[in-house]
Structures are given as structure tokens and as C-alpha cells.
Design a protein around this ligand. Sequence first.
Ligand code: DGL
Length: 265
Amino acid sequence: MDARSIGVFDSGLGGISVLRDIVELMPCENYIYFGDSAHAPYGTKTREAILERSEQCTNFLLAKDVKAIVIACNTASALALDTIEKEIDLPIIGVVKPGAQMAVETTQNKRVGVIATESTIQSGLYQQLITEADPAITVYGKPCPLFVPLVENGRVHRGDVVIETVVKEYLTPLKAAGVDTLILGCTHYPLLEEVIGDFMGPDVTLIDSGAEAANLASTQFDPNEGTGTTQYFVSDDPQGFDQLAELFLQEKVDVGAELVDISRY
Ligand code: DGL
């Protein structure tokens, strides 16, 4: 049994929904969550900037002596995981590969949609992994840059004309392409599951990459015993953390996040 913590990082708060899924499956583990809130969003940044940021997040978690790292951010998983994997000697799990794999297993008509940030779609990684696994699948990628700010402003509910209009605008081409599987390739998008599901219809299966990553993580460790703990750290605005955490976890939370000067790492 290894009682060291599992480190989880994201560009900000979205990754706590991935953390919640992991904790549910492995409640006895200890966790350290780092949200790089000073530098969010990552989804509009260049590969170089995302890699530099992800390396700092990783260095912070290494300094905390974690036993494994989960990159709970699609953008960082798409653009930095491969490099970081070569740089460190610890198990590292991202959200893109598990999401892509589940889509390959799910699609019947071999048409898969991927919605994500600009940087994730531009990386082409979802598209590459899916077509490598099954060359008969056609992947339709669509960046949805307005979703992150809308989610962070609480515009996630059925009947909200703003989010419903934007969903229609972004997803009409994917619906027209006849996808039967749609990957929610961003930490924020599972909060839009209802609105997206309504628009795409019951014949389209939505894949939550974060949930798939949690499933994968839960197969990698021998279960610890006892009660797990979670410590939260952010690079900016620890007070704002609780407010946004409430939105992502759909319950009142008081996590007492600690401020970190991430430039030191
Ligand atoms: N966490 C990012 C992702 O999953 C979304 C927010 C951002 O752009 O930083 O891609």
C-alpha cells in the first residue's frame, strides 16, 4: 500500500468534476488538486505556453511527493501529456485517450463528433487517436470557445436562451453530419450534458472524457485503506474557488484552497 497522494491538475476549476469522479471510485486515496487559476483558460493558448504551464503544475505536484498524476484538463492532456510523460518517472493519466477509446467502442455508424477548446481541436489528438484505432471512423471536430465562459457564468440550464442558441450554432454541423457519438472534450462541457443531449437527440451518445479517465485511474492502483483526504491549491483567487467549485460539484463546498506562487516551480 502506498499512502502518497494522487496529484490532479487542471487550468482552473473544471478538473474538480474529474477529481470528484475519481474520489467516488477510490475514496480511500489521498489527493492533491492544483488549479492553475492565474493562467486559465488554457484552451486559447499556444502549445508552448500550455506545455510550460503544465510543466509548472507537474513540478508543484512532484514537490508534494505524489505517486501519480492525473491531468484533468483536455487541453493540457492534448498538448503536454506526451512530453511530460517522457520527463517524469511516475504514472500519468490524461483525459483524451480514455475519451477517444470509449468513442471508438461506442460508435455504430462510425461517425464521431468531438467538441473541445480551440487548442484541443487544433492539436488533432482526438482525431488521430480515434482514426488510428479504427480507420473506418470519420471524426468531426468542432471548437466551442464560448462554452467555457458561459458555463463559468452559470448558463448551463435547459430553457436558458443564451446557451441554447450557442449550442444550436456550434452543434448544427455535427448533427447534420449524422454523428452517433459525441465526445465532450473539455472539463466544462459535462455541465451542458442536458442542453447538448436535448439538441443532439436520444440517438447520440455523449462521452464524458473526465469520467472515462476516472474509470481508467481506478484500475491503476491497489486500493488504500482508511479515509482519504483532499487538499486544494490554486495559483490565484482562493476565495473564488469555492464559488466555482459549487457550480461544478452542484453542492455547497468550503474547501479552503491554499494560494501557491506557481512561478517558483
Ligand atoms: N480545462 C480546459 C479543458 O478541459 C477548459 C478550460 C480552459 O480552456 O482552460 O480543455
